[in-house]
Design a protein around this ligand. Sequence first.
Ligand code: EPU
Length: 342
Amino acid sequence: MTIEENKELKDLTTFRIGGPARFFVRVTSGQELTDALDFAREKNLPLFILGGGSNILVSDEGFSGLVIKIEIGGIEIKDVPEDSTIQEVIVGAGVVWDELVGYVVEKNLYGLENLSYIPGTVGAAPVQNIGAYGTEARETIAWVETVNGATGEIKVFTNAECQFAYRDSFFKKTEGKNYVVTRVAFHLKKQGIVNTSYKDLAEYIKSNNLTDVDLGMVRDMVVAIRKHKLPDVKEVGTAGSFFKNPIISRELSAHLHQEFPLLPEYEVDAERVKVSAAWMLDNLCGMKGHVDGAVAIHERQALVIVNKNNATAQEIKNLAQKMINCVKEKTSITLEQEVLYI
Ligand code: EPU
């Protein structure tokens, strides 16, 4: 394990923006993680845990603590004695998310296929409860193994203890930020039913006249749709959706629908609904494809900010603020970032 100093973080993030880390280390095992945490504790350094770097914006000044990049690998598939219909898939936090999805789809295990082609690593899946095309990671996560960054103790969280919500979990709360994810276990079905009800999937099936849609086909469709709608993080500097879809009261939603009847709305609970941030930015603010110097909003998805040409973090933040201001003015809703600022 080598601790590097003044490490450039830019190329470790998909936005390809930001200053250096004072200290940086890659860890490939629980032991290395413990050693890295000891180093941070001895020097009283703030910590940042890095996975695929696909949902963060590093400030232009960089990070004045220790960045630990989690590279703990391994995928293990086990039977579950009390339930013969599922298998437990235990995965190292550093495994690339889409490699896991490809692997389990090949093994004919159901549950992750709609989450194909999401950038990032497995460790981030429980932290922000990744979701796409009608599925969220919380539906299949059985337990999450962590190390407490402050005490070095290992703690395994059950699904309920993770307190999952839309793009949210215990690990995002102040107390939860102490815990570093080392392994995640998923319970996947040996025989399942594919979920193709999300608008984009249903339309794809219809327009391509597909029948008998199976697991592999769902994966292929999701990859095709994502490739079409979202910029490829290998080619374009971006962190995907920049904001969360806001969750608002049914009362406010009803009020907004009087003025904007087409605003897409999704069920949350008895009191609340989720509305589409992309739709508002596109249809109320006309911001799709908007270019602002070195930064821009993607031409096919108004929720996605792109770094067009060596942008600074400040330029991204300025554009984000314009987007927040516009939606606030038109709807009274304050958009909340999905991307984490460091
Ligand atoms: N829409 C527009 N204009 C746009 C984009 C979308 O009017 O520029 C409309 C669409 O027609 C649709 C609605 O807005 O009616 C929602 O669009 P979409 O299906 O693209 O999904 P989203 O809500 O914008 C969410 C996730 C994505 C995920 C997609 C697909 C969040 C913050 N984002 O986007 O996740 O891939 O659904 O399930 O929940 C990410 O988190 O980084 C991410 C890309």
